[in-house]
Design a protein around this ligand. Structure first.
Ligand SMILES: NC(=O)c1ccc[n+]([C@@H]2O[C@H](COP(=O)([O-])OP(=O)(O)OC[C@H]3O[C@@H](n4cnc5c(N)ncnc54)[C@H](OP(=O)(O)O)[C@@H]3O)[C@@H](O)[C@H]2O)c1
Length: 309
């Protein structure tokens, strides 16, 4: 089968199209025929060799930690799935990913794909969708009527976070550049702050929750707009824990997990028309270099999908 792998860390040029054997599922795994995968910043961070403490992986490594596809083979201890089932999920980022024609994953990290959309759209959901879900609800404890600020609201995580927070009944504020303001209002944001023109710190106050996907100064300033007991939940390193503690605020980082019950809840929201994946573009998976180069520029609207078949 074809797989896009790295044999060493580095720039997009280290991505190589290799011909390798189809992997065989262990007893608790399934073999998925990959229809589509999608690009997340973690793909090029791992490619570059960043965050090795979080993502220890052996080389050569197949990249890509989103999958939507069809179950081709089942390990002998797997229950709940059959050959031919259409599934989606976020493969373990310390193991081989889904820029490949086939992938093996543990059966306890996948769910049935939303039935109302195809694999191309479904591949844009798991990693970013689960991150938004867990950031807002598991760690952020977001409730109806609360005020939430979502940084990078037009990105992969942000576009799901805006829709989930709106569905929850929160007052949703996003940050984005001017080109994304109308788009985000149509997606459900009540307010959008142009981060290039305005300083969110001087505009906002009494915010219950900030979902931080930017870090640095943005994370620090986010501590200054919270109400008492408010939370900043970051998808990056929590850098200012001492400052947060001094203000009696919560600052927590987290690593999203692939939880089948949440994949099912997200699929139900998609199938009921309340949430939709936002796709910036679809490229063949052999164009992974181009896709990662674009993702690395940091201005993707929604997701870049890599089509495998
Ligand atoms: N911990 C975890 O489990 C986890 C999971 C997923 C992601 N992450 C991390 O979270 C971060 C975001 O991921 P993602 O997939 O959402 O990234 P992404 O899709 O690449 O984000 C792109 C978006 O960021 C916006 N943006 C860039 N600079 C901004 C700024 N200063 N303020 C506001 N918006 C800005 C851009 O909007 P404009 O074009 O309008 O500028 C663009 O829409 C990444 O660092 C990723 O590695 C962590």
């Amino acid at each position: 089968m074809k797989a896009i792998r790295i044999h060493e860390h580095g720039g997009p040029e280290v991505l190589s199209i290799d011909e390798i054997p189809v992997p065989q599922p262990a007893a608790d795994e399934v073999l998925i025929k990959v229809h589509a995968t999608s690009v997340n910043p973690v793909d090029w961070k791992i490619r570059e060799g960043l965050r090795k403490e979080k993502f220890p992986s052996k080389l050569p490594l197949t990249l890509g930690w989103d999958v939507s596809g069809t179950i081709e083979e089942i390990g002998n201890k797997v229950s709940g799935f059959r050959k031919g089932d259409e599934v989606y999920g976020r493969p373990d980022p310390t193991k081989n990913g889904a820029y490949a024609e086939y992938i093996v994953v543990k059966s306890n990290i996948i769910g049935f794909k939303p039935s109302s959309i195809g694999h191309t759209e479904a591949a844009a959901v798991p990693l970013a969708g689960l991150t938004a879900w867990q950031g807002l609800f598991d760690h952020g404890l977001l409730k109806a009527e609360q005020k939430v600020l979502i940084h990078a609201a037009a990105g992969g995580v942000g576009t799901y976070a805006v829709q989930f927070a709106k569905w929850k009944g929160a007052h949703v504020i996003g940050t984005a550049s001017s080109a994304n303001i109308d788009f985000l209002k149509r997606l459900g944001a009540d307010e959008v702050i142009d981060y290039k023109m305005e300083d969110f710190e001087s505009i906002l106050s009494d915010v219950d929750l900030v979902l931080d996907t930017i870090g640095g100064d943005t994370q620090l300033k986010s501590l200054n707009i919270l109400k008492e007991g408010g939370r900043v939940i970051t998808t990056l390193m929590p850098e200012f824990t001492a400052e947060a503690k001094a203000k009696k605020l919560h600052l927590t980082g987290f690593m999203a997990q692939s939880i089948p019950a949440q994949l099912a809840e997200i699929a139900a929201l998609i199938d009921s028309g309340k949430v939709k994946p936002i796709i910036d573009k679809v490229l063949p998976f052999t164009s992974a270099r181009q896709a990662q180069t674009e993702s690395e520029q940091g201005h993707t609207r929604g997701k870049i999908v890599l089509q495998v078949i």
